[in-house]
Ligand binder design. Structure first.
Ligand code: C2E
Ligand code: CA
Ligand code: CA
Ligand code: CA
Length: 281
């Protein structure tokens, strides 16, 4: 991933003019969408108490012949600027459906796949309709999916947002607030919106075992979320000490390199088999 990013920076380095740069990127992205040059990698979410895998987060990767795997952090912002995020997002949802069917075929139909939804896509008038259509075309149910939305996304246009979130939840989707604690200074929306999960941002987890202030914040977030009937997912968990501390604080789910980096679907399936053996053995 680091490598991909460096090559990417290099590739665009001499494109000094921003407009030129975005024209090239725009062209590359369009081609990539046309040829479906994207892959989803899946990172397991582990129940902190029971140590079972409850689902995966889908994270997109762009396979570029010259650039290798380009990180989403590098191209998602451009895709949002140009509106290409809409067709890209639809590709992603379609692929997530197909990968969920692969999970189901191997006996893992009880697992959910979490999809990151960009703000621009969420706020399209036909977001719910077009998403349902993609699911229906694949014979998938909203119950098999979680939608990850950031604070910034849902703080836009509160009235229609509430309506959309309520409808999505009624349809059976699980709703997560992503990167919690980084985007918005008000907490009022937590009461207003029907959210299932709160994902504590990596920046809080990073020093949770060494800084008592971070620990206090994480502890308070977990308590608050539980009082609001939400479950808490810690992201970016890399160390056993973090797992143990978070579990002790009542955190519901753990996600991070400690268990696994995001994996291509076939490796994710192998990981599930391995996990089952570990638990049984
Ligand atoms: P995010 O949704 O907050 O995703 C978590 C990021 O943290 C992912 O980076 C993941 O690979 C990384 N990560 C997971 N565990 C660890 C860990 O233990 N340590 C560290 N240091 N990092 C960890 P990734 O895959 O590069 O994605 C970056 C961002 O790009 C995502 O942040 C999300 O905002 C966006 N993104 C990724 N896939 C999609 C997508 O399909 N659609 C949209 N709209 N955005 C996406
Ligand atoms: Ca996410
Ligand atoms: Ca996140
Ligand atoms: Ca993030």
């Amino acid at each position: 991933k680091e490598n991909g990013r460096n090559q990417f920076a290099f590739f665009f380095e001499d494109l000094k003019l921003d407009t030129h740069r975005s024209i090239v990127l725009d062209h590359e992205l369009r081609q990539a969408i046309k040829s479906k040059a994207f892959e989803l990698h899946y990172q397991p979410k582990v129940n902190a108490k029971k140590k079972i895998i409850t689902g995966f987060e889908a994270l997109v990767r762009w396979k570029n012949d010259q650039l290798g795997f380009v990180s989403p952090a590098d191209f998602i912002p451009y895709a949002e600027e140009t509106g290409l995020i809409i067709p890209l997002s639809e590709l992603i949802i379609d692929q997530a459906c197909k990968d969920w069917l692969a999970l189901e075929a191997r006996g893992y139909g009880h697992l959910t796949i979490a999809i990151n939804i960009s703000s621009l896509h969420f706020h399209q008038d036909n977001f719910i309709e077009s998403t349902l259509k993609l699911l229906e075309n694949n014979n998938c149910s909203p119950r098999s999916f979680e939608l990850e939305l950031t604070e910034r996304t849902i703080m836009n246009n509160e009235k229609t947002t509430t309506r959309k979130l309520v409808l999505l939840k009624q349809l059976g989707f699980k709703l997560s607030i992503d990167d919690f604690g980084t985007g918005y200074s008000s907490l009022s929306y937590l009461v207003q919106f029907p959210l299932n999960y709160l994902k504590i941002d990596q920046s809080f987890i990073r020093q949770v075992t060494s800084l008592s202030e971070k620990q206090a914040v994480v502890d308070a977030i977990i308590q608050m979320a539980h009082r609001l009937h939400m479950e808490v997912i810690a992201e970016g968990v890399e160390q056993l000490e973090q797992v143990e501390l978070l579990q002790g604080m009542g955190c519901d789910m753990i996600q991070g390199y400690y268990y696994s980096k995001p994996l291509p679907i076939c490796e994710a399936l192998a990981f599930l088999e391995f996990w089952k053996l570990e638990i049984e053995g």
